[in-house]
Ligand binder design. Structure first.
Ligand code: NAD
Ligand code: UDP
Ligand code: UDP
Length: 322
């Protein structure tokens, strides 16, 4: 029997999607990468263009999609607050209509479908660290709601297709992930701090920097994706995927300055509305179900990410980072 599959990756030209495409190609699969290039970039996948097992389709997942594949990873959705708040109605449509279309596709093909859900389903959590059985503390009408509620509704759809149509679903709740190919102007904290430090600009801490996040290096996360997708058919998730190492935003800023040898100074800006105060995954389930835990410590991941942005800025591809 043929082990290699044809795998659809929506959002495949984005930060995580492009790393997933690389991994699937390396594992011998055929990859159909679908993206509307809202936040993704051809640069992330240009090394795959022309590869005999790689196919790129410009397509918006809020529209129906008819392709023939064996597995679907649904990653299409802007992930950084700046981008998902730019056109919040479109963000909800991408999560909800996108999920309906990809679930409809999976139903027709009777194939497995993976959903890139998020720790944002826990909102500003009152349970710490976050376990999968925690229902969350999400504002339904705030500036982050288009993303948080869109992703929550997508989870609902996944579980209803599973209950109603016996679809094989795999839902991952992804915690803050970083690494090469984050967009330099993406607005997320790791890319912001590294680019600011490399350019000697002020490091923009929102609030006092006492809020915490747990940062997972991209290679660890992709390993978790692939393991979750290959679990037995009765494993649905949701499963937390993230690195339990928890840091304050101020600690991250100091690390970025130290590791780049930068003369940047810290500057303190207002904390955005509904910004979660703390976040750390409980990964007991991922460990038990997938035998998975992150292997790359923050310093090592930061070293690789700094090297990536250093090259990017030096190559003159820094227009977006000004
Ligand atoms: P990203 O913005 O780099 O990638 C998202 C990709 O989806 C981009 O290539 C974008 O162009 C594409 N896209 C957006 N709307 C689309 C649409 N309507 N149709 C087709 N393509 C569309 O972000 P990322 O960090 O790679 O995130 C990927 C997925 O993982 C997202 O679903 C995100 O919510 C989820 N996630 C990421 C993180 C993280 O820390 N990186 C954390 C939690 C969840
Ligand atoms: N869909 C798709 N590709 C397919 C099959 C379905 O994009 O190969 C879309 C279709 O547009 C539909 C959605 O998925 O609106 C949900 O499909 P489902 O079969 O669940 O519902 P229905 O077609 O009955 O609305
Ligand atoms: N943050 C910050 N400065 C920045 C960007 C982000 O202090 O330049 C903070 C932000 O307020 C949040 C944390 O860093 O508390 C993580 O932000 P990010 O946008 O990366 O992810 P999310 O809030 O979705 O976890």
């Amino acid at each position: 029997m043929r082990r290699e599959k044809t795998v659809l990756v929506t959002g495949g030209a984005g930060f995580l999607g492009s790393h997933l495409c690389d991994r699937l190609i390396a594992d011998g699969h055929d990859v159909v990468c679908v993206d509307n290039f809202f936040t993704g970039s051809k640069r992330n996948i240009e090394h795959l263009i022309g590869h005999p097992r790689f196919e790129l389709m410009r397509h918006d997942v809020t529209m129906p999609l008819y392709v023939e594949v064996d597995e679907i990873y649904n990653l299409a959705c802007p992930a950084s607050p700046i981008h998902y708040q730019h056109d919040p109605v479109q963000t909800t449509k991408t999560s909800v209509h996108g999920a309906i279309n990809m679930l409809g596709l999976a139903k027709r093909l009777k194939c497995r479908i993976f959903q890139a859900s998020t720790s944002e389903v826990y909102g500003d959590p009152s349970v710490h660290p976050q376990t999968e059985d925690y229902w969350g503390n999400v504002n339904p009408i705030g500036p982050r709601s288009c993303y948080d509620e869109g992703k929550r509704c997508a989870e609902t759809l996944f579980f209803d297709y599973w209950r109603q149509h016996s679809l094989e679903i795999k839902v991952a709740r992804i915690f803050n992930t970083y690494g090469p190919r984050m967009h330099p102007n993406d607005g997320r904290v790791v890319s912001n701090f590294i680019v600011q430090a490399l350019q000697g600009r002020d490091i923009t801490i929102y609030g006092e920097g006492n809020q915490t996040r747990s940062f997972c290096y991209v290679d660890d996360l992709i390993e978790g994706f692939v393991r979750l997708m290959s679990t037995a058919s009765d494993v649905t998730g949701p499963v937390n995927l993230g690195n339990p190492g928890e840091f304050t935003i101020r600690q991250l800023a100091e690390l970025a300055i130290e590791m780049t040898g930068s003369r940047s100074r810290l500057t303190f800006l207002p904390l955005p509305q509904d910004d979660p105060k703390q976040r750390r995954p409980d990964i007991t389930q991922a460990n038990a179900l997938l035998g998975w835990e992150p292997a790359v410590p923050l310093r090592e991941g930061m070293r690789q990410t700094i090297a990536y942005f250093d090259r990017l800025l030096a190559s003159g591809n820094n227009a977006a980072a000004q």
